[in-house]
Every structure is written in structure tokens, then in C-alpha cells.
Design a protein around this ligand. Sequence first.
Ligand code: ADQ
Length: 723
Amino acid sequence: MSRLLLVSNRLPVTVKADKDGVSVVRSAGGLATGLRGPHERSGGVWIGWPGDVSRLTQAQRASVEAQLAELRCVPLYLSSSEVNRFYEGYSNRVLWPLCHYLIERMPRQDRDWEAYRKVNERFADLVVRHYQPGDTIWVHDYQLMLVPALLRARLPQARIGYFHHIPFPSSEIFRTLPRRTELVRGLLGADLIGFHTHTYVRHFTSSLMRLVGLETVVDQVAYEGRQVRLGDFPMGIDAQAFENLANEPAVLEDVRVHREQSKGQRLLMGVDRLDYTKGIPQRLLAVQRLLEREPAWRGRLRFVQVAVPSRTAVEDYATYRDKVDELVGRINGIYGSVHNVPVHYLYRSFNERQLAALYRAADVMLVTPIRDGMNLVAKEFCAARPDEDGVLVLSEFAGSADEMGDAVMVNPYDVEGMADALERALEMPEEERRTRMRHLRTRVKEYDVHWWVRSFLDTLQAVPTPPPRVEAAGAEKALTRMREARELLLLLDYDGTLVPFAQRPELAAPDAELLELLRRLTARPGTRVHVVSGRTKETLEEWVGALPVGLHAEHGLWTRMARGEPWKALEGVSTEWKALVRPVLESFAARVSGALIEEKSASLAWHYRQVDRVLGARQARELRMHLGEVFAHGPLEVLPGDMVVEVRARGVNKGRVVGRVTEGMAPGTLVVAIGDDRTDEDLFAALPEGAIAIHAGHKETRAGYRVNSPAEVRQLLSALLAG
Ligand code: ADQ
């Protein structure tokens, strides 16, 4: 097993200072428990914030560090301003409500973005310092969404995973965020991006399409020359540990006491962090509604709501706390008596033993968040019921709902419906309760946190490591060889290589700088230049025909070897199929606004650069499929291009140009081809031995060298002239 570097905002520890000194205690949470084994076995480290240590003395700090080192934890200290702006400001005030669909809770201006970015950089720096070749890096959660890309830029060969613990919202919500694209690109630095459910994966892929124009094929996205995998990995809990706890004699004694105290009553339970996503007010309203409409339940219900204080420095949480307090007071005021109140509200943290006792004592467990990435409480409840009794009422907006179909499902926004579900749960016959609980427990026990860690890490390990990437330095090396060559033959693609893509094909005419560059290249001693393009011969003639360059139009169908010479076509190319294909393209163009058809002598192209991204990609896929089926054995081929589907006579490709231009070439001539898309790969494949192929962009390529953009192609060619 390779060394595992875990990266999360918080370290899985609590630092406690008292009169006897300072101690570092391991946390018990699901993530900490699940990752403990792999973390220790792999000999790696866990990097994160140990919490506020600003009040500690120098000596106490040193002691904390020594204890952290024992636990293989590396601290990243956050200043109080960073806590304020990176953690509470951007993470908890912006990203948390956004991902939970609560955009009205987001501040109107995201002033804390810079702090978020800087702290993400600090995390990446620290990871890089601890990284050793061969390590696997696993970054956790929404506080660190930029870290994967920051790492990728500095560790191109590293194996990087990222897991998003909260929901990933619909792209319609996500795209309201000013920094949406930076965040999505931040995640794309990873080799594997994991979510709790398939729905979140789908939402993420539609954001990729909408914001970056990337299409996901099954579970992979090609990005900057790498394949990024996406997957759903529903997180589990340490089910065995919870079951063991629930069977401990001291816990069973507590269960007995709880039951005794609610004698003659049914015990309803809620356990949450006090967070506005957890739906506590809606749940209280449902209890109130039940008592209101069914007087028979009055005095017979005891609802214990446990709420751990959370993010108390964020004002929204304080307001929310007041709201819950008020509701509890109101319900108890109306339905309580001198001896008894229906709602017992405990605003504090409980340890796992106490929680296990509450879970095991409950008749009905209410887990009704308005939105929740997964929700582990629902699973803990089931694990703590070896007696196979108790009813789980679960919100359909919790990620866990996807796996826990045997719960009583509720829509937390429907108070009346929730009151119905409560009643149904309270009156559920024992046999049904047991059947449902058995099924729930089987799932929770089988897909526990250890399974989750294993399946994520196994998938991450299976990702092939990226081939060593030739960076700009590689192009430098190509440049040296080009400068040294006595004779040079340049084969240059046009669109996406010499000029960037334009909204419409006719708008990509060469600018003065490009014409001058090409002219100077043709004047360079021993240098011949050919433009090899998919464009028509008329366009090439008009745009660059005045220069002493060779021109190859329509992917090599037409060739004009030198200025003033006639255009010659490849022989034996059929074009009758065009009459059949044209109506198909026309019917697709009519369906979507912005699509246009381009006709050349031996090809037809359907352009969708101006179509809505999602719709365009979907229509293009459908068109390719349709053409593939109908004309499977015809004399034509369908090429996916950059925002274009091109249908071309079979046998015509840029590779055919190579034979013609190298005929009679002086020995020792260096052939250099530069291109950016699939059609250029045909050219690269046909190059003679010793030639240089340069890919302009970030796609998968057989080229040995890479530059990033048309601007860099021009820089390279200018450097050739300068040298
Ligand atoms: P949370 O929003 O914190 O986690 P959840 O999954 O329910 O939500 O985990 C809460 C944890 O806190 C549970 O382990 C629970 O036992 C504990 N807890 C709750 N109330 C407590 C109390 N009063 N005292 C002590 N402990 C208490 C985020 C996402 C979730 C996702 C997890 C894991 O919001 O959707 O399931 O991460 O990915």
C-alpha cells in the first residue's frame, strides 16, 4: 500500500488544556474512525487544523506538536482572521448554504474569497512539503476545493483523490456563485472526485458541461490531457462499534432508565448538529401538528431533541437557535402540563455511549433534514438497534435516503405529511417494524465506513498514473532541434493552432500579426511552410493564399503545393452521400437555435458553438449516433470535433498530405507538425521517423510535445525566427 496523505480542514483530534497541562485526544467521528487503519498502516500523515491554540503557551504548543507527531498528524495553524474569513466566512457562510440550496442565506458579496484561496494555497504548500513520490493524497470536503488543482500544478504525477461530504447542488444553483468556475477547476486537479450519491455526481457533471464545456463519458472527463474519474461512494459508519456500544451493560442500564422515564409514553428522538439544514423547526411543527389534530396523543408523546452547538460564531446559527428555542417553548406552553412537557430539548454534546443509549431507547427516530449530504445519524440509529426494533423516519432530501428505502420517507417541507408519517411510525405493527429494521441494518452493516474507505481508495489506486507530461520545457527542446535543422518543413493546422476558435467559422480570419509571422517563416532560409486545414480551398486561398506557402484544404482532399499552382484533388473520393446526409443535418439544425451547417466539397459539418452547451452536446451525441447507425457502411466517416460534428468522405485525412509534401525532400530535413485536434492526430501518425509533433492544447495526443494555446504556438514560431 502506498503512503496515504490525508488532508482535511480539521485534524481528527481535540486539543484540551487544563491545569494539568495540555492533551491531544483522538476524535471519535466516522471519518476519523474509518481512516485510522489506512492512515496508520500506510505510514502516512494527516494534515489539517488542530483547532484554536492561540491561548496556549509556547511550552504547551511544543507539547501539542509532540503529541500530534505521535499520532502522525501535521498541524496547519490558522490565524483568527483566517478562521474568520476562510472557515466561517467563505466555507460556512457561502459554500455551505449554496450546496444546501439556501442561496438566500449567502452574503451578497463574497468578500472572503481571497482568504479562502490563500488558505487553500497554504494547505497545498504543506502537502507538497510532505509528499514523497508514490504517495496517494486524499483531500476532504468543501473547505479545500481548490487544493486538488493547486497540487496538480506542482505534483503532476501524484495520485490525488477528493471527496465532497456535502451535497453538490444542481448546476442551476451552483452557477449563481461568482467563483463557480475556479472551484470546479479546483476539483478537476484530482484523479478521482467522489460524492455520496449518484444525484450529486450528475449535478457535478452538468456543472462541468455548463461552466467548463466538458463532457462526461460514463464516469470520466478528459481534462488537460488527463482522465478525471467521478463516482458515488456513499459513506458509512463504524457499524460494529455502534452495535457493540449498544450492547454494553452500562448502556443497557441507561436505556432502561430512559424507558422508565417515558413510561406510558412513546419516545420520539432527534439528534443533530444545531444547523439550519437539519430541519429541526419543521420537525417540531410536525409534532405540534400531530398533537393539535389528534388529541389522543397528547400526554402520550415524549420528543427528545438533542442538538450539538455548532458554528456559534456565524450569526445565522444564533438566529436559528432562537427560532428553535421559541418553537420548543411554544409547543410546551400549549401541550405541556404541570407534570409533563412533550418536547425535551437538550442543547449540548453527548458522548457516543450516551447517544447509543438514546438511539436504543427510541421508538421513533426522526431524521428530517431539509438537505443533507448523507446523514450518519440515520445509520448510527440502525446500527444501535441489535434488538431489530424502532422506526426510522427519514427525509427524502438526505443522501442516505437513496440507500435506506425501508425507512418511512418524508418530505420535510410538508408538515401535514410529516405528521401523517409520524403517526404511521408510532402505530406501525411490530412485525413490519422488525422487517424494515432488519433490512436497514443489513445495509448499514455491510456498507460501513471501512467499505467506504476501501472502495474509494481502491478506485483511486486503479486510476492509471498520468504519463509524464511534456511541459513547456519540452517545446523548448523541440525548438532547439528546429533551430539546428538545416532544412525545415513546417505543417501547420489553422483553427485552434494558429488562431483561437471564433464564434462563427468565418470570423477566424488571420490577423496582421499572423500573416507577418507566416511571411517571415517562409523567408527563413531552408524553411518551407504548409497549412493543413479542414477549411475549404476558397477560404484558405482568400486568407493565406497570397503567401508563398503550400495549402491543403478539407483535410487533404485538395492541395495547392505552391503559390500560383493549381489546386488538385485526391482521386476516387465519393461525394454522392452528401445528398442523403444533408437533410439529416438540416433537421438537427432546425431543432436547436444557433446550430449551422457548413458545406465543403467532400464533407458536411454541423457546428454548435453557439448553441446552449448542454443542449448542443446532447444533440451532437444524438446526431453522431444517428449517422453512425444509418450510414454505418457508407463511404463516409463521422468525426467529432471541437463543437462540430463533421461528416467526411472516407479515406480523406490529413495524414494523406505527408506523402505529397515529403516527396523529393532533401535528406536530413526536419518535419514539424503542429495541431490541436483529432484530425491532426492523423497527420502526426503519418509523419516520417525523427519528425516532431506538437499538440496545441490539453487533449490526449500522440504528439511528443505540447504547448498550451494558439498564442504559445505563435510564441514558439517567433522564437524560431529570433534564434
Ligand atoms: P454533519 O452535517 O455533521 O456531517 P452527520 O452525517 O449527521 O452530519 O454527522 C453528525 C455526527 O455528529 C454523527 O456522527 C452524530 O453522532 C454526531 N452528533 C450529532 N448530534 C450529536 C450530539 N448531540 N452530541 C454528539 N454528537 C452528535 C457532514 C454532512 C453529512 C455527511 C457527513 C459525513 O453534512 O451529510 O453525512 O458530513 O460525510
